[in-house]
Design a protein around this ligand. Structure first.
Ligand SMILES: [Zn+2]
Length: 246
């Protein structure tokens, strides 16, 4: 419980602003008692989080938490926290993840396990090539703007198949091409650099997706207020170790 404040770090008006715009159909009716709304007025608030809890961790403390979790994972000393019945009930009425992740869909890179976290700890968006498409950015804006996550990690990984496909080119069935073209700028950015071609492209892709996220007005505003850090990271498939990409 030490991760949560009992107060409300995000104003209700702020929550309303973000909540109403974002989540479409899954609405939640709450009573809002600010000056803007009469205390008895029922306001249709679209948000999955009533806003009673938010992570109180600083961006740096959140990053330390994740790094320590990964160190436990690598050392085979996982604590598997927050995975019991108590935790399920504890977060049933509201979530307050202390970090958001934009990771690859690759079945071998599982953020909850690799960072040794549990239910309600991290808000994970996964898509092949960890690309920041509009919907992915929207999801992360929700994690930060509504749920109050103080850290956002773009997690690329060794031997990423999506980045490899972009590197090798060719034709792809279905709509896979859209994925490959989103990664193409990373292929170009890493061209001619010393070292492993694919690893360079994966890391360049992480940097590019970090930059895309930084352009979001919601995320940029949180960064400016010192409430958010966005960092890039790289998962080593052979060891499970996660290192920061600068
Ligand atoms: Zn991948």
């Amino acid at each position: 419980m030490d991760r949560y404040s009992t107060g409300q770090n995000i104003s209700r008006r702020h929550l309303l602003k973000y909540g109403v715009g974002f989540l479409g159909a899954s609405s939640l009716t709450v009573l809002v008692g600010t000056k803007a709304f009469a205390s008895t007025e029922k306001v249709q608030l679209v948000a999955s989080n009533p806003g009673t809890k938010q992570s109180t961790l600083t961006p740096d403390a959140a990053l330390k938490n994740l790094i320590e979790g990964n160190q436990r994972f690598v050392a085979k000393k996982r604590l598997n926290p927050h995975q019991d019945d108590f935790r399920i009930k504890e977060v049933a009425s509201g979530q307050a993840p202390f970090a958001a992740i934009l990771g690859c869909a690759d079945s071998r890179v599982v953020p909850e396990i690799a960072f040794d976290q549990g239910i309600g700890d991290i808000f994970v968006v996964r898509v092949a090539g960890n690309i920041a498409s509009t919907e992915d950015i929207a999801s992360e804006e929700y994690a930060v703007g509504v749920l109050g996550a103080p850290l956002l990690v773009v997690l690329g990984h060794e031997r990423c198949g999506a980045v490899k496909a972009a590197l090798e080119g060719g034709s792809f069935p279905g709509v896979i091409e859209s994925l490959v073209s989103a990664i193409q700028p990373a292929v170009e950015a890493s061209e001619g650099k010393p070292g492993d071609r694919l690893t360079n492209a994966v890391k360049a892709n992480v940097r590019i997706q970090v930059k895309r996220l930084q352009k979001s007005s919601v995320l940029a505003s949180a960064i400016q207020k010192g409430k958010l850090k966005i960092v890039g990271a790289f998962y080593d498939l052979d060891t499970g170790e996660i290192s920061l990409v600068s």
